[in-house]
Design a protein around this ligand. Structure first.
Ligand SMILES: *[C@@H]1O[C@H](CO)[C@@H](O)[C@H](O)[C@H]1NC(C)=O
Ligand SMILES: *[C@@H]1O[C@H](CO)[C@@H](O)[C@H](O)[C@H]1NC(C)=O
Ligand SMILES: *[C@@H]1O[C@H](CO)[C@@H](O)[C@H](O)[C@H]1NC(C)=O
Length: 467
């Protein structure tokens, strides 16, 4: 047969839709888009009507209604008129100081490379003009603005990647509750609300992350998750660069998706064989803003860096959450943490961005020292694997979370590199020569005078072969 006939038959035989089938097996075979593995640091924003009471957490409405904590119901009784409804909070969601360009600049100065905003939390309020969320969206009530649209534009203009958090379920949506009461044998909510909303989000804002949540009451077959993701990968306008997490129905988390979130604040402390993300929040008690947050409930900078460094060493990304206020501001304490992080990344970023897990994740002699490395090749099917025989490792980074006593750092894993043809430098202080030698069978590094060191918190060392 002539080649062109074969080609013609082949193109007729294969449907024009893309390559992925709506099965987890097929979807899980997709290589991870490289940007996600390289960027490492994202900002997570929990913003919605729950930012108005800003008390307890973003679960305010649910905790009030089922009175599971007793706190929210008492708070309402004390502070609001009898018969007050959650819906009455919406007009108070004013966002009058919301300046998306200022936010985007803050996130860029924090060293973040991507930003994920709650487009809709479990309360069902959409932060974009959903055509199926009458009077319960940010365009019709409250801010009277398309928050997703404005932030997406500002974030992209700064060269950062934009993504959306999206809750599959809605606590009190009657269409959803009706499906649920029938044990999900009807699918009215999934078909008339969920899917059209998701498609509107994707088509109108082209987010590169779909961070799904609120999946746990029903199976993926009810949500039609695999069909949705196959559409995303095959046909959507974001098919080449979109990534999705793992919360797509009962039993999917930690098992399916481009990256795994597993539980909130997942940080296993050891290498994972699938790309993952540690989503954690600077206010340790809530994702949404709390007006009564106390300083000791806010993560310290040491804690923030420990989360990020241990996460990246083990193949994860860090998604750092702040809850904006109902006025559209970000509290100064969170700004301070984010800008301190940016300052640290300015000095030490090369040990974080575009790195891969190394042979060792932390040192066997000093578990406050964590490793990353740089390789010449990206492997989209196994982005978190240790360097293979075929990989060329160009740089090894050791990041020290605690300055050692007597200024001497003892590291087992670097012992084979204490040789004439290797060089070691402290990031930010490349001008200072470091003395290192073998002592008691391991690498002993004499650190410089701490007063001359630029980094305030964790200290990164780069080991390279001399050229
Ligand atoms: C909520 O729970 C508290 C105790 O936890 C109880 O005192 C209060 O009466 C309850 N309120 C309602 C409305 O059920
Ligand atoms: C509800 O549906 C699930 C699976 O679709 C099934 O395993 C379960 O037995 C059903 N429950 C009831 C009460 O029918
Ligand atoms: C780290 O090392 C210290 C001191 O040797 C030890 O007490 C601690 O349990 C270790 N932590 C982990 C997570 O291994």
């Amino acid at each position: 047969m002539e080649l062109w006939v074969v080609l013609l038959l082949f193109s007729l035989a294969s449907p024009v839709i893309g390559d992925y089938e709506p099965t987890w097996e097929s979807l899980d075979s997709r290589p991870l888009p490289e940007w996600y593995d390289k960027f490492k640091i994202g900002i997570f924003l929990h913003w919605g009507v729950f930012s108005v009471p800003s008390y307890g957490s973003e679960w305010f409405w649910n905790h009030w209604k089922d009175n599971s904590t007793g706190k929210e119901a008492a708070f309402i009784n004390r502070n609001y008129k009898p018969g007050f409804t959650y819906q009455e909070f919406a007009p108070m969601f004013t966002a009058e100081f919301f300046d998306p360009n200022k936010w985007a600049e803050l996130f860029q100065n924090a060293g973040a490379k991507y930003v994920v905003l709650t487009s809709k939390h479990h309360e069902g309020f959409t932060m974009f003009p959903s055509k199926r969320s009458y009077s319960w969206n940010s365009m019709e009530i409250g801010p009277h603005r398309d928050i997703v649209g404005e932030l997406s534009k500002a974030v992209k203009e700064k060269g950062l990647v934009f993504g959306v958090y999206h809750s599959l379920y809605e606590w009190y949506n009657p269409i959803y509750l009706n499906d649920k009461s029938k044990n999900f044998t009807t699918r009215d909510y999934a078909e008339t609300k969920l899917w059209p909303d998701l498609k509107q989000l994707v088509n109108d804002y082209e987010p590169s992350v779909i961070w799904s949540d609120g999946e746990w009451e029903a199976y993926d077959t009810y949500w039609k998750s695999t069909e949705f993701i196959a559409w995303l990968y095959n046909e959507s306008p974001i098919k080449d660069h979109v990534v999705v997490n793992d919360r797509w129905g009962i039993g999917t988390y930690c098992h399916h998706g481009d990256f795994y979130n597993c539980q909130d604040r997942f940080n296993p402390g050891k290498l994972q064989d699938h790309k993952w993300e540690n989503a954690f929040t600077l206010d340790r008690l809530s994702w949404g803003y709390r007006r009564n947050v106390d300083l000791q409930e806010v993560m310290t900078m040491e804690h923030v860096l420990r989360e990020i460094i241990t996460t990246v060493s083990c193949g994860g990304n860090a998604l750092i959450n702040v809850g904006p206020t109902k006025e559209g501001t970000i509290a100064p304490i969170f700004q301070e943490r984010l800008l301190s992080l940016g300052k640290w990344l300015d000095i030490n970023g090369q040990a974080i961005y575009e790195t891969s897990p190394w042979e060792h994740q932390f040192d066997s002699n000093n578990n406050n020292t964590w490793y990353t490395c740089k390789k010449t090749k990206y492997n989209g099917l196994k982005p978190t694997s240790k360097p293979l025989e075929t990989d060329v490792v160009t740089d090894i980074y050791a990041i020290v979370l605690q300055w050692p006593v007597h200024n001497i750092l003892y590291l087992n894993a670097l012992t084979p590199y204490v040789r004439d043809n290797y060089d070691m430098k402290m990031l930010g202080n490349e001008d200072l020569a470091l003395n290192w030698k073998i002592s008691n069978g391991m690498a002993a590094i004499l650190l410089p005078d701490k007063a001359r060191v630029r980094s305030e918190y964790a200290w990164a060392f780069r080991v390279v072969k001399k050229t």
